[in-house]
Design a protein around this ligand. Sequence first.
Ligand SMILES: [Fe+2]
Length: 175
Amino acid sequence: MQKKMDPSAVAYQKPQPTAMIPDILVGGALDLDGQPETWIPQAENVWFRPLLLSVSGGYYVNLLKVRKAGVLSRHRHSGPVHAFTLRGEWHYLEHDWIAREGDYAFEPPGETHTLVVPEHVEEMITLFHVTGGYTYVDPQGEALGYEDVFTKLDNVIAHYEATGLGREKAEALIR
Ligand SMILES: [Fe+2]
């Protein structure tokens, strides 16, 4: 007699939907002190580790690492941001809250804010899920520059090519 299989343990048997894009697994994504080659310099003492570069969805997911105190940037978001603080702390001049290790913050589309890392913080690392783009602005809102998934992608490709990791490693994160 054949043993009856537990249906809850059976993989989905049907095809996935037409045009579905492939999944991604990034090993050690939250290994904050390992894989130094995956941290891409963004400014002096500022790096990011890309996890997903969604050119089809117009968003990206990355870790931001900062080893300096003070104002990092002032910018205006066109889309929502989800931020999970993994190490250290940071805040915005426009809010009275402080994002500390283990905290989650939502940044609404349209908001302009000024990111600050306090003096006593040696290292801040935060996972940012950034939809749309953001515009760097002066205190009056005048545009100074911009960032989005495409500028991030260019940075990643340039860095991986320069360090010998190769363009393929960057392309593996594109969806
Ligand atoms: Fe922001």
